[in-house]
Design a protein. Structure first.
Length: 479
């Protein structure tokens, strides 16, 4: 691991307690389940984290006090899995494994609990000290989704609390459940992956059992090692303080485990499929046992998805929406831009009068240089950005951004890029710096680099100011 990566890795895991009684709570969950809302309600902060443009692929930290105990709350980026293949998955997984959290609180969306249970089951294989927060419980009731929280708790073997974080409902019970969970240690929940995989994992576990793994489940570690997750093996070696690749007994156990997989007909390329399919089946079984739904409660969402992602209607609708956003942004920004410019011009005239007796190079530097440039930048760039980013955030909150990435993925693949780059390029029209920063959502380092380099060619508002820039922006969007 390079020095810069080590510093970043250590920084994400370096959670310092102010006293021995402090408790560290990890906050995990899928994107857009209200996880950051729970974080903000408990800590009183206004944090916006996640893995879409405008958010940060990193851990956010805050504190709250309950029952006389200080709790350090760590909000991890939203992720659908911890079988890490992207930056946000790796950040979340490393903290759950090596961050030293006393309890991991997993926030799930009550309106689509089955999908959320996949992540819950993966985390339960790492640690049994979990509290499940079923958020948006009020929205689930509106859709006639009835969740038996008590049965779900018994099935998973962990406390389950229903909340509506936006209104604060159920958060006191959540704090109480977290407090109780800190007092006891629970065993990890096992998913049976079949005799072949379990036998292979047992070979590696025998060696890991003799290493200081810091309370981590050696079975789960063995499953990740079998998958040849090089980033995780590197992180594990750093955690153990020794290179596993140099451990002779470990290498012998790894060869024996791979031989078992080969003899069982499981190749390296199919191993992850075995993991995922078993987790999905387990999630389905738990969901159907604990949740009652109206048969067609999500029929409208499915119909909308078919329309928004169809070959014939998806692209035209996407272009129309982006056209409207750009037109509103540029046309609507003209009025506040003119108003700001007139205000700054009036102030500039007063400043020239104030500095009438000053040396020319002083007045020229301060007024003709610094003040004038600052006023032009604010007048030209602030109004469009103040309009564009809230509109883009609205699309995000409506859940339309993943559909844009899906619609554009086929076209971007032809250029060896990723569909998510469509989102960062849209951000680039507002501000190239935000667009480049948003490229962190792209999983592949090669595709991420392509997105960063090409995003600089997107003309942001500060580099585009002809008389008919609204129509030109829209034309660029369409063509």
């Amino acid at each position: 691991m390079q020095m810069e990566e080590k510093r970043a890795y250590a920084g994400e895991l370096d959670i310092r307690k102010t006293s021995a009684r402090d408790k560290i709570i990890g906050l995990a969950g899928n994107p857009n389940v209200g996880k950051s809302t729970v974080f903000n309600q408990l800590t009183g902060m206004n944090q916006h984290t996640g893995n879409w443009p405008g958010k940060t692929v990193a851990n956010a930290r805050g504190q709250y006090t309950y029952g006389g105990v200080n709790y350090i709350l760590v909000d991890m980026p939203g992720t659908y899995s911890i079988l890490a293949s992207s930056a946000e998955e790796e950040v979340a997984r490393n903290f759950i494994c090596f961050g030293g959290a006393d309890v991991t609180c997993v926030v799930a969306d009550a309106t689509c609990l089955e999908r959320n249970l996949n992540l819950v089951l993966q985390i339960l294989e790492i640690t049994g000290n979990v509290v499940l927060c079923v958020n948006l419980i009020d929205e689930a009731k509106k859709k006639n989704i009835r969740i038996d929280l008590e049965k779900l708790s018994q099935t998973l073997g962990v406390p389950v609390v229903g909340t509506s974080a936006r209104t604060g409902k159920g958060l006191s019970r959540l704090c109480e459940a977290i407090q109780e969970a800190c007092k006891e240690r629970r065993a990890c929940r096992r998913i049976d992956y079949g005799e072949v995989i379990e036998s292979a994992a047992a070979q590696i576990s025998k060696r890991l059992d003799r290493l200081p793994c810091g309370g981590l489940s050696t079975r789960w570690l063995s499953l990740r090692i079998l998958e040849e997750d090089t980033a995780f093996i590197r992180s594990l070696s750093d955690h153990l303080g020794a290179e596993l690749s140099e451990d002779t007994e470990y290498q012998k156990a790894l060869l024996a485990a791979r031989a078992i997989l080969v003899s069982g007909g499981i190749g390296q390329e199919t191993l992850r499929d075995c993991y995922v399919s078993k987790i999905v089946r387990e999630s389905e079984a738990i969901y159907h046992a604990c949740v009652q739904t109206k048969p067609d409660y999500n029929a409208r969402d499915r119909r909308l998805d078919r329309i928004l992602t169809a070959k014939t209607t998806g692209i035209p609708i996407m272009l129309a929406l982006l056209f409207v956003i750009f037109w509103i942004t540029i046309s609507g920004a003209n009025y506040p831009s003119e108003l700001l410019f007139s205000i700054f011009s009036w102030l500039e005239a007063r400043l020239w009068e104030l500095f009438a007796g000053a040396p020319p190079f002083i007045s020229g530097l301060l007024i003709g240089g610094m003040y004038r440039v600052l006023s032009w930048v604010v007048s030209v760039m602030l109004p469009p950005m103040a309009i564009f980013f809230p509109l883009f955030t609205l699309l995000e909150d409506l859940g339309y951004l993943p559909r844009i990435a899906f619609n554009m993925d086929k076209f971007f693949k032809k250029a060896h890029a990723h569909g998510k780059q469509a989102l960062t390029m849209c951000m680039g029209f507002g501000c190239n710096a935000c667009g480049v920063t948003g490229c962190r959502i792209i999983d592949s380092p090669r595709e991420r680099l392509i997105a960063i380099l090409t995003n600089n060619f997107v003309p942001c508002n500060g580099r585009f100011a002809p008389p008919h820039k609204g129509q030109i922006y829209a034309g660029i969007c369409v063509f």
